[in-house]
Design a protein around this ligand. Structure first.
Ligand code: NDP
Ligand code: MG
Length: 384
């Protein structure tokens, strides 16, 4: 079996730890090159003891000092800051880089991995949301392969195997609907952070869990699909499917529809990105349709969940609009998580930020960095 080298950007998060879980279960021979985190160095130190990477990169300087105290016996490089993350991402020894940081923080390190021509497993969807044009152009220019890790996009990738994109009529992305799927509009305003963090089907990081509750996560996934598969926004539909058994579907021009199914588990799409285009054995619970009994579907309610509408509108507006939405959403979600604003202010802050920003048509990386910074500043100042 060939030995392959993996670097994980964001190894201490939900996707990062599940990637290490897949590696541990794998019969393949993996070398871990770099593990990275923001501040959770206790978790990082445990991972280093267990997986013995070549080196680590830690975003915050104080956390780097703490890591060195925790693990004085570690002799590998301990890099710091965004430069450190980029150095790890760009390492020429990497065969695969798992991009599993959260939010806009992933853009520059993911771009560094792409510019080195690596295979990139892309969990960090905000990278494509904010900088889709720049990222896809860099992947083309540098011969990098982007493989979806998000379960919906992994489903689409699997449905497209052996198919021609020209034969596709549309994608149907499924959404669980989140914890507030059936909650009346007037109650949404009063939901607590704890309640919003209780997702019915998936256990994930805090930010994406709130994005799932507002349906912004689904809007981001529409954007992600647009870029990953180069398909027009008007050919991407969303359907609510509360059981999360069908992970997404592809409809072809003859009306035939392929769906990818399975019990909800991120281990499957994570492993598929690592073994693509092969499926490898994985000891996960198996789907029993007779036990599940019923699969249901409904249209998303854009009145109660305006974030999905906002995302579609921003994608159609192109330019820097998706980047503004992403930045304002990150600020609004963190204000909600801190208990400072009600749940329903999240879309309100995003729309106000959009209305106060200038639209830019063509966006280079420097435009995107400027838009992100400005949108954050505006979103943080909006009264809610
Ligand atoms: P988590 O919050 O659980 O983990 C995020 C990781 O990124 C952690 O390792 C964190 O380090 C690191 N990180 C956060 N901010 C920074 C920063 N500024 N600089 C450097 N590192 C940073 O997130 P998830 O694993 O849930 O999500 C990761 C990405 O995957 C997101 O884009 C999400 O949308 C996507 N995704 C997640 C799914 C899931 O099931 N969780 C499913 C599909 C997509 P530290 O631990 O030190 O804070
Ligand atoms: Mg998803």
């Amino acid at each position: 079996m060939t030995r392959r080298t993996l670097t994980i950007l964001g190894s201490t998060g939900s996707i990062g730890t599940q990637t290490l879980d897949v590696i541990q279960r794998s019969a393949d021979d993996w070398t871990i090159k770099w593990l990275t985190c923001n501040t959770r160095v206790e978790e990082l130190a445990d991972q280093v003891r267990q997986f013995r990477p070549h080196g680590v990169a830690i975003r915050e300087e104080w956390a780097r000092s703490r890591f060195l105290e925790l693990l004085p016996e570690f002799t590998g490089p301990v890099l710091c800051g965004e430069e450190g993350l980029c150095e790890a991402a760009a390492d020429t020894d990497n065969d695969i880089v798992m991009s599993a940081m959260v939010g806009f923080s992933g853009v520059v390190p993911t771009l560094a991995a792409i510019r080195s021509g690596h295979v990139v497993g892309l969990a960090n969807k905000e990278t494509l949301v904010s900088a889709g044009g720049v990222i896809m152009a860099a992947a083309r220019d540098h011969g990098a392969t982007l493989l979806a890790v998000d379960s919906e996009h992994s489903a689409i990738l699997q449905c497209l195997c052996g198919e021609q994109l020209a034969d596709v009529e549309r994608f149907v992305i499924t959404a669980s609907g989140g914890p507030f799927r059936a909650l009346p509009q007037d109650e949404l305003q009063h939901v607590t952070v704890d309640r919003a963090l209780r997702h019915p089907n998936w256990s994930m990081g805090r930010k994406i869990t709130i994005d799932s509750a507002t349906l912004m996560n689904k809007g981001f996934e529409v954007m992600e699909a647009r870029w990953l598969f180069d398909i027009d926004v008007d050919r991407i539909d969303v359907v609510i499917h509360p059981q999360s058994i069908i992970h997404s579907m592809v409809e072809f021009v003859d009306g035939s529809v392929k769906a990818q199914m399975g019990l909800p588990s991120m281990l499957v799409p994570i492993q598929y990105a690592l073994t693509y285009p092969r499926h490898a054995p994985l000891d996960t619970p198996r789907m029993n349709l007779a036990e599940i009994g019923t699969l249901t579907f409904e249209s998303p309610d854009l009145e109660r969940f305006p974030c999905l509408r906002i995302a579609y509108e921003a994608l159609r507006a192109e330019g820097n609009s998706p980047c503004i939405v992403n930045a304002a959403n990150e600020i609004a979600v963190s204000r909600f998580l801190d208990g400072h604003i009600p749940f329903t202010s999240i879309p309100a802050i995003i729309e106000k930020t959009l209305s106060r920003m200038n639209h830019v048509d063509e966006t280079s990386l420097s435009d995107i960095l400027a838009t992100d910074a400005e949108a954050r500043r505006i979103a943080a100042d909006i009264d809610a």
